[in-house]
Design a binder for this molecule. Structure first.
Ligand SMILES: O=C(O)CCC(=O)C(=O)O
Length: 421
């Protein structure tokens, strides 16, 4: 199927935007449909644009029943994207179902996405095609895993220095221990007829580890379905932004993502101890940028994610702006590699997550990453006046060093600024 995805991308790479989006979409979609079937959930259904506004937020709500905090969601929805004071909400139906929309409509959406990448580096997408039921199922599985009474369920899949995939409760961000627990999973193994931990299925990041089916029978199929749905969505989002990066950009990206090395992270933020004043100086995740190209975050209903409005170089010129969950939407942010490809035009925003002092929180970021051997270098043809601002980066090397810093304290974590010319 990987091959199918690869060939189809090559075959269609020279066609128009409409065809290319469909082509990028189709193979991943086929794969997704298979998984959806296995999961007994309907595949993403084309949804017509709701009403006159391209930004209308659907009424569906993906919050877990038991997870509180609705006020922030409502306030974000009503503020919508009319203001640049918060990351915008973008209805991407014209990209998900190109046949049902005009080229003008698609161009509008693409330009909204590019603008969001240039300003905030964060935005929310509605009509993204990932079924609400699949998101709810994923949250159910996350709770079953992280809250399982028997710690052995988590310990049996603990990650190691040589395998980044699995469970951890000791993740570091910028040398600081996060107040969260995680479970990481990557692309399905290449040799499906061999066990996941067979040496032939080992990749640079390691290999997938799954909790025992006896304890969590639905975990693997649900997580795998959600993973595939995110890959499909990222193919579409990348297909959209690549248009603005000049001639040749599509081919570069198509090659770079042929054998993508994306991973899905399940985050659980337990309630932390407060001081006598009822506060905490801990963070769920310390300030950081994401190292890959695009991140798709499923947030539960609890607000805690924040983006820094200033620049990374001058840590004092901005403020922390909430990126509260929006009903029916997924949250998207750009990462270091897209910043390099766009020669700094798209922003890899610094963000952080506040620690939970009242209720636990769950989120699931999917990190869309290129192949390990992809050489990421600025594409400057979109602006002839620009000279490259970054030295070329081999994604696999960057990823290896970032994981080493997340796993243990190396004194300094590799940063994208290290590659500035
Ligand atoms: O929990 C969130 O909302 C964001 C998570 C995040 O930034 C990360 O895992 O890198």
């Amino acid at each position: 199927m990987q091959l199918l995805r690869r060939n189809a991308r090559k075959e269609f790479s020279s066609l128009t935007l409409k065809c290319t989006l469909e082509a990028l979409l189709r193979p991943a979609f086929i794969k997704s449909v298979r998984r959806y079937k296995a999961h007994a959930v309907a595949p993403p259904q084309p949804r017509a644009l709701s009403g006159k506004s391209g930004h209308q937020v659907p009424k569906q709500d993906v919050r877990m029943n038991s997870l509180p905090s609705t006020s922030s969601i409502q306030s974000n929805v009503s503020a919508e994207s009319t203001s640049m004071s918060i990351p915008p909400v973008i209805d991407i139906a014209p990209l998900i179902c190109p046949d049902q929309h005009t080229q003008e409509h698609r161009d509008q959406v693409i330009s909204q996405i590019c603008q969001a990448c240039e300003t905030w580096g964060f935005f929310h997408v509605t009509s993204h095609g990932i079924p609400q039921q699949l998101q709810l199922d994923l949250q159910t599985q996350m709770r079953a895993f992280f809250l399982a009474a028997d710690p052995e369920i988590r310990e049996s899949v603990r990650r190691t220095a040589s395998n980044s995939r699995g469970y951890a409760d000791d993740e570091l961000t910028k040398q600081l221990k996060d107040s969260k627990q995680i479970f990481d999973v990557g692309e399905a193994p290449r040799f499906q007829n061999l066990p996941e931990d067979h040496p032939k299925n080992h990749v640079q990041d390691g290999y997938n580890q799954w909790p025992n089916r006896e304890h969590l029978p639905e975990f693997k199929s649900t997580v795998s379905s959600y993973f595939e749905a995110c890959t499909h969505l990222c193919d579409i989002l990348l297909g959209a932004v690549v248009e603005s990066l000049g001639p040749g950009a599509r081919e570069v990206m198509t090659n770079a993502f042929e054998e993508h090395t994306s991973f899905l992270r399940l985050n659980y933020y337990p309630v932390v101890q407060k001081s006598a004043e009822g506060t905490t100086d801990k963070l769920g995740i310390s300030r950081h940028t994401d190292s890959g190209a695009i991140t798709v975050i499923m947030q539960d209903g609890t607000a805690a994610l924040e983006v820094y409005s200033g620049s990374k170089q001058d840590a004092c010129d901005g403020t922390w702006v909430p990126v509260d969950p929006v009903s029916g939407a997924l949250t998207i942010n750009t990462g270091d590699m897209l910043m390099v490809w766009s020669n700094g035009r798209f922003k890899a925003p610094e963000h952080r997550v506040r620690a939970m002092t009242k209720v636990q929180r769950y989120s699931a970021p999917y990190f869309y990453n290129p192949s390990y051997d992809a050489i990421v270098a600025p594409l400057t043809s979109w602006d002839q006046h620009q000279s490259p601002r970054y030295r070329p980066i081999v994604w696999g090397d960057f990823r290896r060093q970032r994981f080493a810093g997340d796993y243990s304290n190396l004194g300094k974590e590799i940063q994208i600024e290290d590659f500035l010319i």
